[in-house]
Design a protein around this ligand. Structure first.
Ligand code: C2E
Ligand code: CA
Ligand code: CA
Ligand code: CA
Length: 275
């Protein structure tokens, strides 16, 4: 057992070193990159089980770096935050999302991720809201996803930002709900209108009674509080069926569709789903 543990420690160190080497490369590449040409958005469908159709898309950023190749958002978003580059990146991405949306049917909504750093800056929030205003797109069609890390770092500023966003006519959803330090108090104190149940609970929903009970409880909590709820990471029909029996209405995940380029959206909207 000791041997195995030592082996693990070595592996861990190697992985950590690799990651640190990569992260300084990522930081460098980010500093000199051209956001507009290197970053794209993919859009993942959000599905309404009652209506039996796609009701909106979440925008997810993709970076194709000429130097590094494809870099995932779990790497480049934190890197952009560290480098103080997230605000201009958010602005470019929001612009791209609004451009894509211009050709969507009116009833299709957009979910757009804001970084905690965006939320912590009144100026960044104001520019995002102004960008939407100038696009002429109805604010009620755009919801902003935030995580509880914002509340953790400065609750009062987070609250001001959320108030400002909702006063502009947008909905705000609390992303990755149930993991990290999400607190029920936030739900009481902040005008959020939706919870997104993290995919880590859904993964084991069929095998693990605890995961099952947690999801059921979160769904019931959202109903009790009059909040909308999106269950993330739904990959199989079996998961979808069990979620439906628990009263879940909105789902997102590979079962409906992986994040796709804007050009694939019309055919995704034309597809029929028989569940
Ligand atoms: P998130 O907001 O929780 O987004 C959901 C993630 O789950 C996405 O990863 C998505 O591709 C992935 N996913 C979707 N369906 C499934 C499924 O059925 N099973 C599993 N296992 N995973 C699924 P992605 O695109 O790699 O993004 C990772 C995270 O990076 C996002 O997590 C979000 O926190 C952040 N992110 C992505 N784009 C942006 C952005 O434009 N701005 C900001 N601030 N953050 C972003
Ligand atoms: Ca999200
Ligand atoms: Ca999420
Ligand atoms: Ca996440």
């Amino acid at each position: 057992a000791k041997r195995a543990l030592q082996g693990k420690a070595v592996l861990f160190n190697a992985a950590l070193e690799q990651e640190m080497a990569n992260s300084s490369q990522v930081d460098k590449a980010l500093r000199r990159c051209d956001y507009d040409s290197e970053f794209q958005l993919h859009f993942q469908p959000q599905f309404d089980l009652v209506k039996g159709r796609i009701i909106g898309f979440e925008a997810l950023a993709r970076w194709n770096s000429p130097e590094l190749g494809a870099v995932t958002p779990d790497i480049f978003i934190p890197a952009a935050e560290r480098a103080g580059l997230i605000r201009p990146l958010t602005q470019v991405l929001l612009g791209k999302a609004l451009t894509a949306m211009a050709s969507w049917p009116d009833e299709i909504t957009l979910a757009f991720n804001l970084s905690t750093h965006d939320l912590m800056s009144p100026h960044a929030v104001e520019s995002a809201l102004a960008t939407v205003r100038n696009s002429g797109i109805e604010p009620s069609r755009i919801e902003f996803e935030i995580t509880e890390t914002a509340m953790m770092s400065d609750f009062n500023q987070a609250r001001r930002a959320i108030d400002q966003i909702s006063e502009a006519g947008h909905r705000v959803s609390l992303d990755d709900f149930g993991i990290g330090y999400s607190s029920l108090q936030y739900l009481q104190l902040l005008p959020v209108s939706k919870l997104k149940i993290d995919h880590s609970f859904v993964r084991n929903i069929l095998e693990d009674t605890a995961a099952f009970k947690i999801v059921r409880t979160l769904l019931s909590l959202s109903r009790t509080l009059g909040l909308g709820c999106v269950v993330e990471g739904v990959e199989t029909e079996a998961q979808m069926h069990i979620l439906r029996t628990m009263g879940a209405r909105h789902i997102q995940g590979y079962l409906i569709g992986a994040p796709m380029p804007a050009a694939s959206i019309p055919s995704a909207l034309n597809q029929t789903y028989d569940f």
